[in-house]
Design a protein around this ligand. Structure first.
Ligand SMILES: NC(=O)C1=CN([C@@H]2O[C@H](COP(=O)(O)OP(=O)(O)OC[C@H]3O[C@@H](n4cnc5c(N)ncnc54)[C@H](OP(=O)(O)O)[C@@H]3O)[C@@H](O)[C@H]2O)[C@@H](O)CC1
Ligand SMILES: Nc1ncnc2c1ncn2[C@@H]1O[C@H](COP(=O)(O)OP(=O)(O)O)[C@@H](O)[C@H]1O
Ligand SMILES: [K+]
Length: 502
C-alpha cells in the first residue's frame, strides 16, 4: 500500500533505517534518487532546449548534482547552478566531486520557454523562508515559461504543512518524491504547487514503515472498503439502520432533507426527517421515501428514538443556533451508545456551542470504548468557533484536526479543498479526491447525511467519515460542471456499486 504519508522527520527516519539496513549508504540512496529524477526527465521532457539544474547546499542539492551528471552523460545540454558548495564529507559533496561540469552561481540562471528547470534547491530540510539568490532564482524560474520539475518538494514549500514559508515557492509542473508522499504534497497550497506528483522507488524497504508506524494516509478506498456495509439476505429495513435527520423551522428545512436523502442512498434502511411542528407541512410536501416525525421537545425526541430504533442521527444543517439546538444535541448524545449508534454534528449544532465549546467537549467525552466516537463536520469557519486557538494557517491542517479530535473525543472532518479526517486515536487522512464544484450550497449537508447513513449501519466512525468524504468527492468528480447539492445523493449509488458490487 502506497497510501501512507510521511512527515519530513519520518522520511529522514526511513532514510536512516534504509542506510543502517544496507546495502545502500547515503550516497547510494542519493544516486538512486538522482537516477529516478533523470529517468523522469528523459521520459517526459526529452526535447527541452536546455536543462537548468538549480542546486541548494544540502542533500536536495546533492540529488540535483547527480541529475546534472546523468543528464550530461546522456548528452543533454545542461547547466548546474550552486552558490555554496556542500559541506565537506557529506553525500552532496561526493555528488559534486563526481560532476565533471563546473557549477555556475545562481545569479546567472536564466531559462527560456523551451527549457527545463530542475528545482533541487530545498526539499525536506527547508527551515526558513527563501531569501536572496534562492528567492530570485524561484522568481525567474516561475516567470520563465519553462517546464519545472521539483526534486522531492518545490523549494519554499513545507513538506509538513503544505504552506509556503515566507510567501515564495517554486511552481512545478511535476514533482518527483521518494518512497512515500509527504503531507505537503496533498495539503493546499502545496498540492497546487507540485503539479503532478510521482513517487519514485529508491530502494527503501517497506519494512521501515513498521518501525516508523505512520498514522497519516491519503484517503483511498483501500483504507475502509472492507468496512462498507452490505445488506444481509434476511435483513429488514430497521436492521439496515434507521437514521434521523433533524429539520429547522419552516424556512430552513431543505438541509435536513438533503442529509436525509444522502443517508438513505448510503444504505440506511429507513430515514426520518424529525421536524418541529411549525415545519411539518413544508417537509411533508417534499418527502416521499423519507418518513416524517414531529418533535418540538426533548422528551418527544427521546420517545421517538427509543420507540423507532434510531441508529444514526444527524443534527445541525439548517437547524438553528441556540439553546434548543444545544438541548437536542445533549439529548442525542445521552442516547449515543444506547439506542443511537452514531451521531453526526454539523453546522448549527457546532455553532450553538461557540460560547462554551468546553461544554460540548465534556458531553462528547463518553468513557466506554464500546461507544463509537461522534463525528463533527466543521468547515474552517465552524472549526474556528469551537477551536479558536487552532484556527488559521499557523499550524498544519493535519495537526489542527488531530488536536481538535483529541479535545472533543470525536472524529473531526475538517472540510475544504484538502479535507482532513482525524480520529481521537491519532489516525488521520488527507482527501485529494474531490472536485472544486463541491463548493456549492448544501453539499456539506449531503456529506453529513452520508456519514450518518454509514454509522447507522454499524460502520466504525473513522472509516465511515473517510468513506463518506471520498464517495462525496467521487460523485463530484463524476458530475463536474453544473453540480448542485440536489444532484449529489443520486450520484452515490454508482460510486457505491463500484466499491461493494451489486
Ligand atoms: N537523507 C538521505 O539519505 C536522502 C535524502 N534525499 C534528499 O535529501 C533531501 C533532504 O536533504 P537535507 O536534509 O539536506 O535538506 P535540504 O532540503 O537539502 O536543505 C537543507 C540545507 O538547506 C539549508 N537551508 C534550509 N532552508 C534554507 C533557506 N531558506 N535558505 C538557505 N538555506 C536553507 C540548511 O541549512 P541550515 O538550516 O542547516 O542552516 C541545509 O544546509 C530530500 O529532500 C531529498 O531530496 C535523497 O537524496 C534520498 C536520500
Ligand atoms: N475547492 C473545493 N474542492 C473540493 N471540495 C470542496 C471545495 N470547497 C468545498 N468543498 C467541499 O464542499 C463541501 C462544502 O460543505 P460546507 O462548507 O458545509 O457547505 P454547505 O454548508 O453549503 O453545505 C465540503 O465537503 C467541502 O469539503
Ligand atoms: K526541491
Amino acid at each position: 500500500m502506497m497510501d501512507e504519508l510521511l512527515t519530513p522527520a519520518e522520511m529522514s527516519e526511513a532514510d536512516r533505517l534504509a542506510i543502517a539496513g544496507g546495502p545502500s549508504n547515503g550516497y547510494g540512496l542519493m544516486c538512486r534518487a538522482g537516477a529516478a529524477i533523470a529517468a523522469a526527465i528523459l521520459a517526459r521532457y526529452p526535447a527541452s532546449r536546455h536543462f537548468h539544474v538549480l542546486c541548494g547546499p544540502g542533500n536536495n542539492g546533492g540529488d540535483g548534482l547527480v541529475v546534472a551528471r546523468l543528464l550530461a552523460d546522456a548528452g543533454c545540454p545542461v547547466t548546474a547552478y550552486q552558490d555554496d558548495s556542500p559541506r565537506p564529507g557529506t553525500d552532496a559533496a561526493m555528488a559534486l566531486a563526481a560532476l565533471e561540469l563546473r557549477t555556475r552561481p545562481l545569479e546567472v540562471f536564466y531559462a527560456g520557454g523551451d527549457d527545463l528547470v530542475v528545482d533541487a534547491m530545498f526539499g525536506a530540510g527547508l527551515t526558513r523562508p527563501l531569501q536572496g539568490n534562492f528567492a530570485r532564482a524561484v522568481e525567474r524560474a516561475n516567470a520563465s515559461g519553462a517546464a519545472v520539475l521539483a526534486v522531492d518538494l518545490p523549494s519554499g514549500l513545507s513538506g509538513d504543512s503544505g504552506q509556503v514559508l515566507g510567501g515564495i515557492a517554486i511552481r512545478a509542473d511535476m514533482t518527483v518524491t521518494f518512497f512515500r508522499r509527504k503531507p505537503g504534497h496533498l495539503l493546499l497550497p502545496g498540492r497546487s504547487l507540485c503539479g503532478e506528483t510521482v513517487v519514485a522507488d529508491i530502494g527503501i524497504a517497506d519494512e521501515a514503515l513498521t518501525t516508523i508506524g505512520p498514522k497519516l494516509w491519503q484517503n483511498n478506498p483501500r483504507l475502509w472498503q472492507m468496512h462498507l456495509p452490505r445488506p444481509t439476505e434476511n435483513g429488514h429495513k430497521y436492521s439496515r439502520g434507521h437514521v434521523a435527520s433533524f429539520s429547522g423551522g419552516p424556512s430552513a428545512t431543505g438541509a435536513a432533507r438533503l442529509a436525509a436523502m444522502a443517508a438513505a442512498r448510503a444504505g440506511a434502511g429507513a430515514v426520518t426527517v424529525v421536524s418541529p411542528g411549525s415545519a411539518m407541512s413544508v417537509n411533508a410536501a417534499h418527502l416521499t421515501a423519507i418518513m416524517l416525525r414531529r418533535a418540538d421537545r426533548v422528551d418527544e425526541l427521546a420517545d421517538f428514538v427509543n420507540s423507532r430504533k434510531v441508529a444514526g442521527a444527524v443534527i445541525g444543517p439548517g437547524f438553528g443556533v441556540g439553546e434548543h439546538c444545544r438541548n437536542f444535541v445533549s439529548a442525542l448524545n445521552r442516547l449515543r451508545g444506547e439506542e443511537v449508534l452514531g451521531l453526526v454534528l454539523d453546522a448549527d449544532a457546532l455553532t450553538s456551542f461557540e460560547e462554551e465549546p468546553e461544554a460540548l467537549f465534556a458531553l462528547l467525552a463518553k468513557g466506554t470504548s464500546s461507544v463509537q466516537p461522534a463525528v463533527l463536520t466543521p468547515h474552517e469557519g465552524e472549526f474556528g468557533r469551537l477551536f479558536p486557538d487552532l484556527a488559521g494557517a499557523m499550524r498544519s491542517k493535519v495537526e489542527r484536526a488531530r488536536e481538535a479530535a483529541s479535545r472533543c473525543t470525536s472524529v473531526v472532518i475538517l472540510k475544504g479543498p484538502d479535507t482532513v479526517v482525524a480520529s481521537p486515536d491519532d489516525r488521520a487522512v488527507i482527501n485529494a479526491h474531490a472536485s472544486p464544484y463541491l463548493a456549492t450550497a448544501g453539499s456539506g449537508d449531503v456529506l453529513a447525511g452520508l456519514v450518518a447513513g454509514f454509522l447507522a449501519q454499524g460502520m466504525p466512525s473513522f472509516e465511515a467519515a473517510c468513506a463518506a468524504v471520498w464517495i462525496h468527492g467521487d460523485c463530484s468528480l463524476r458530475f463536474g460542471p453544473g453540480l448542485t447539492a440536489d444532484d449529489l445523493p443520486g450520484l452515490i449509488p454508482t460510486t457505491l456499486r463500484q466499491l461493494v458490487g451489486t
